[in-house]
Design a protein around this ligand. Structure first.
Ligand SMILES: *Cc1c(COP(=O)(O)O)cnc(C)c1O
Ligand SMILES: [Zn+2]
Length: 469
């Protein structure tokens, strides 16, 4: 994907980076050989043939837009049955006119996160090349997704590498339940990813992290479904949390290709939202003015090398309750810069406090999500306050993962005694208060605290009188 290097590789190779220039690879198509429909609306004909698993899949019913596999090679488990909806409460909270803020709820995927959109594509490619073992490093959702594809299809064995301590139980339980061999590395996600890349290269194991370009092909379909949900109209903004930056990169590629194919007439703007505790992209893009620069990356390399050298020297580690985006070395950094250029994008950081508040608002609006997902709404609210997005803009926030992925953060937010959040009240025995305080949360205005009541009929009745029920 480095514009200076034009090396090409065949689709049946299993490489993640270019052996000539070292950059990640991109999937490129010769569109003149693909029967792409003349309009996006034509994909609607597949709604009537949903008994065909390929037409049912929210990824593969757009298969002409990611045409790297033959139909009989495709591995699908019914992913991508997602919905785009507005929530009046969430829209109002973030400062938008009624109906202008929309939520693309990816928690409805088989493993409960958007990762399935990419994993169906990576599994398809693994199947094409006859892989027997697949692996990934994960903050949780990638491993849950790979594990479900492996256990459902039995096409390959799965090994997942996870960092120590940080993974939420919802996600860990999925990998264990689906039978993935689970290695707990004594380090964080960035360490686990470094290890799995080396191990896969040394052992010929198929690597399923988002360095795998096929993952990104599948994730393009999230944008196809957003357009479908809008009757093929292009929204003004897409707002997405940024971790390893696979999603944002995939979205940029999707819009670039749709525009080239003449299937859309304009490209929406993109906002990528970092957690403040893992804000590499924010720092590089907004503070160091790192740019894609049409693919001329000499200057970018100097800036990023210096940045990461300093990060290592300071031993800076990612830290946020939004564990799915707790990543300091985003592997798709350059692809994301390209997406930001194509989509005239912006990057923002939001605090854990803002993330948890937005998450509670999303929950109250009927869409449970995990903390990382709520960064999108917190980011949209911030951009609205800054006047970057206007109240009448049509904005789509991607809710990347299901609420039940990380119930601990949710229960902590709702049940903590706010008085315990001040440093003065710090007591190490209150686990929730300690957890939130460490994340810099000082108040919980959107909390819905459980009410303790005596095990007595009269007491309960009195309580109901008091709270007006
Ligand atoms: C993986 C993940 C992210 C981050 O996505 P990237 O493509 O790595 O930027 C955000 N939210 C959830 C729930 C995730 O699982
Ligand atoms: Zn190259």
């Amino acid at each position: 994907m480095n514009h200076a290097c034009r090396a090409t590789y065949s689709v049946d190779e299993t490489l993640v980076d270019c052996s000539k220039c070292g950059h990640l690879l991109d999937i490129a198509y010769d569109w003149s050989r693909v029967p792409v429909p003349g309009s996006l609306k034509q994909f609607e004909s597949r709604w009537s043939s949903r008994r065909n698993p390929l037409d049912f899949s929210g990824v593969w019913r757009f298969r002409e837009l990611l045409p790297f596999a033959k139909d009989e090679q495709i591995v699908t488990i019914g992913e991508g049955q997602t919905i785009l909806q507005s929530s009046a409460g969430v829209g109002k909270y973030a400062g938008f006119q009624t109906g202008k803020l929309l939520l693309q709820y990816e928690g409805l995927n088989p493993s409960g996160s958007f990762k399935d959109n990419g994993m169906t594509a990576a599994s398809t490619h693994a199947h094409m090349v006859g892989a027997k073992v697949a692996a990934c490093a994960s903050t949780g959702n990638t491993s849950a997704s790979l594990a479900i594809y492996s256990s459902t299809t039995r096409l390959f064995e799965t090994i997942v590498f996870i960092g120590s301590g940080k993974i939420s139980f919802g996600k860990l339980s999925q990998a264990l339940d689906y039978g993935a061999k689970t290695l707990q590395i004594q380090g964080d996600f960035d360490d686990a990813l470094r290890q799995v890349r080396d191990v896969c290269a040394a052992r010929g194991i198929y690597l399923c992290n988002s360095v795998n370009p096929f993952r990104l092909e599948g994730q393009k379909s999230i944008m196809f479904r957003v357009l479908e949900g809008l009757n093929w109209e292009v929204p003004d903004w897409i707002v997405v949390p940024g971790g390893n930056l696979g999603n944002s990169s995939a979205f940029g590629k999707a819009f670039t290709e749709l525009k080239e194919l003449g299937l859309i007439n304009r490209i929406p703007r993109l906002a990528v939202i970092n957690a403040a505790g893992s804000n590499t992209l924010y720092q590089l893009f907004e503070q160091h003015k790192l740019r894609w620069n049409g693919g001329r990356l000499d200057e970018a390399k100097i800036i990023t090398d210096k940045f990461f050298t300093q990060m290592d020297a300071d031993n800076r580690r990612a830290s946020t309750l939004a564990t799915a985006i707790e990543i300091n070395r985003p592997v798709n950094l350059l692809k994301c810069l390209r997406a930001l250029e194509v989509c005239d994008g912006v990057v923002r950081e939001v605090s854990d406090e803002a993330i948890l508040e937005a998450k509670a608002q999303i929950g109250a609006g009927g869409f449970g999500c995990e903390p990382a997902s709520a960064a999108s709404v917190a980011g949209a609210k911030l951009l609205r306050e800054q006047g970057v997005i206007s109240p009448s803009d049509r904005v789509v926030c991607i809710l990347t993962g299901h609420q039940l992925k990380d119930p601990t953060a949710t229960v902590a937010y709702h049940s903590v005694d706010p008085a315990r959040l001040s440093a003065a009240a710090a007591t190490e025995d209150d686990a929730y208060a300690t957890m939130l305080r460490k994340a810099g949360v000082t108040q919980t205005p959107a909390a819905n605290r459980p009410i303790v009541v005596e095990n007595k009929f009269e007491s309960i009745m009195q309580l109901l009188d008091r709270i007006g029920c």
